[in-house]
Design a protein around this ligand. Structure first.
Ligand code: ATP
Length: 228
């Protein structure tokens, strides 16, 4: 579904990603791990073409997308739940979903069922929501586009424990529904329980890839690359 090959990217003259390879098959959930500043957000932005890659390939559903406009990448079926959520302060919860809805199984009614808390707050504006509710809204907005691939940058970080659990519950529902996802989160334990495979970035390079089972079994990796 997604194939990143030899990707190099950065900001100005400073290179952040070095020769990154990453694959994600249809129906697969891949965790993207690494300490702060190792290049995870840069990688998802380069995949989305929000940050044009310097060189290397990005293919989605067999078609090259590197160098294409970001809105075209979204239209082809990749949706990003960005770090910091980026909900619109002046739009209501309902308006967020209406503005992004595209045909497919995720109708607003299904999304209200998936996020009961948002359903209760459907008339509230983006700036009236708690951080956790904003994260739910960012997820619902992404799902409303009925993407083929959902990318979550910091799925549950910085949220109160109960809300965090709610986010992981929803991610479990999405997994059970066969959604393809690339998930960044520092709760490695939860990510290991959710994802099929993982990719660890260290200073912009892929230093390890493997299954959840392999990552669980090798705590030295956690210490060395994740600081846990
Ligand atoms: N807009 C930017 N301009 C210049 N440098 C940037 C920019 N965004 C990120 N960087 C740098 O790129 C490197 C990788 O940052 P990135 O945000 O991709 O890491 P990350 O793994 O997502 O970290 P975090 O977990 O803190 O979000 C860091 O050294 C960071 O300072």
């Amino acid at each position: 579904m997604l194939a990143v090959r030899g990707l190099n990217a950065g900001y100005g003259r400073s290179q952040v990603l070095f020769d990154v390879d990453l694959e994600l098959r249809a129906g697969e959930i891949v965790g993207l791990l690494g300490r702060n500043g190792m290049g995870k957000t840069t990688l998802v932005n380069a995949v989305m073409q929000l940050l044009p890659p310097w060189s290397g390939g990005v293919a989605f559903l067999g078609e090259p997308i590197a160098g294409r406009p970001a809105h075209e990448v979204a239209r082809r079926g990749i949706a990003l739940v960005p770090e910091g959520r980026q909900v619109f302060p002046n739009l209501s919860v309902r308006e967020h979903l209406e503005a992004f809805t595209r045909p497919g199984p995720w109708t607003p009614d299904k999304l209200w069922d998936l996020f009961p808390r948002l359903a209760e707050r459907r008339g509230h504006r983006g700036d009236q929501l708690s951080g956790g509710e904003q994260q739910m809204l960012a997820m619902a907005r992404a799902l409303a586009t009925n993407p083929r691939l959902l990318i979550l940058d910091e799925a549950s970080e910085g949220l109160a424990p109960l809300v965090r659990e709610e986010i992981w519950r929803v991610l479990g529902v999405l997994r059970d529904g066969g959604h393809s996802m690339l998930v960044i989160d520092k709760y490695v334990q939860r990510l290991v329980g959710l994802a099929d495979r993982h990719v660890i970035l260290e200073k912009g390079r892929v230093v390890w890839t493997g299954t959840s089972q392999a990552l669980s079994a090798d705590r030295a990796l956690w210490t060395r690359y994740l600081g846990i």
